[in-house]
Design a protein around this ligand. Structure first.
Ligand SMILES: Nc1ncnc2c1ncn2[C@@H]1O[C@H](COP(=O)(O)OP(=O)(O)O)[C@@H](O)[C@H]1O
Ligand SMILES: [Mg+2]
Length: 208
């Protein structure tokens, strides 16, 4: 299943907009859905996942799962979707072989959760016959001024972790979010805001 059924490209201007877009998507996701997030370090994969978690109504505290490969965020009875899916959040960056991926047993939780895999491309497609791919790109030249596609992936996991710890990128910047649907579950694209409202929550230092 190499060709997407559809593709949508959206522009977001701030981290809050990325979060809001993902929350709108999270509100329509169902148990068994698989999302694969792609984008260089700091592109906003974890920010997007936090928004998904809000839309799904799962327990908060979503962080980059770099040291714990998998985190399960249970659905909250007092949230917007009581009884809805949990969120399984995976960082597949260090998972190299199919065997390592099988070891974390994602099949087992797919029955009760939405599964979101950062760095999941070419690693977890076998988990489902349908998936959403979400690609986040810096719209202007990001770190180093290179287009997103030309930015090298970090050389090793230690580098990966230390870059994440060193928070270099708090300022809001535009991102392009490309969402592609694959497989029968995504015969129709989800209803997403075409243009995000101007009234999204803004961070205090926004006009720095
Ligand atoms: N438009 C935007 N969308 C998402 N994050 C943004 C945006 N603008 C700035 N940021 C910042 O970029 C960083 C993204 O970090 P994170 O979500 O952890 O990325 P990743 O998981 O892809 O490495 C955060 O500090 C966030 O505040
Ligand atoms: Mg991350």
């Amino acid at each position: 299943m190499s060709a997407p059924v559809w593709e949508r490209s959206l522009e977001v201007r701030t981290a809050a907009e990325t979060h809001a877009l993902a929350a709108a998507l999270g509100a329509v996701l169902e148990t068994g859905d698989l999302l694969i997030l792609t984008g260089e370090l700091g592109a906003g994969k974890t920010t997007f996942t936090q928004g998904l978690g809000e839309g799904l109504g799962v327990r908060s505290g979503i962080i980059s799962p770099t040291f714990v490969l998998v985190r399960i965020h249970p659905n909250l009875p007092e949230g917007p979707r009581p009884g809805g899916p949990d969120l399984v959040h995976v960082d597949a960056y260090r998972l190299e072989s199919a065997a390592e991926i099988d070891d974390i047993d994602l099949e087992n939780t797919m029955d009760s959760a939405v599964t979101v895999v950062e760095w999941g491309r070419d690693r977890v497609e076998h988990l489902s016959d349908s998936r959403l791919e979400v690609e986040l790109h810096r719209t202007r030249g990001g770190a180093g001024g290179l287009p997103a596609a030309e930015q090298a992936e970090p050389a090793d996991p230690a580098t990966h972790a230390s870059v994440l710890d060193f928070d270099t990128d708090d300022d809001d910047e535009p991102r392009t979010v490309v969402i592609r649907g694959f497989g029968p579950r995504w015969a129709e694209p989800p209803a997403l805001p075409g243009r995000l409202p101007e009234t999204l929550p803004q961070t205090p230092e926004r006009n720095s």
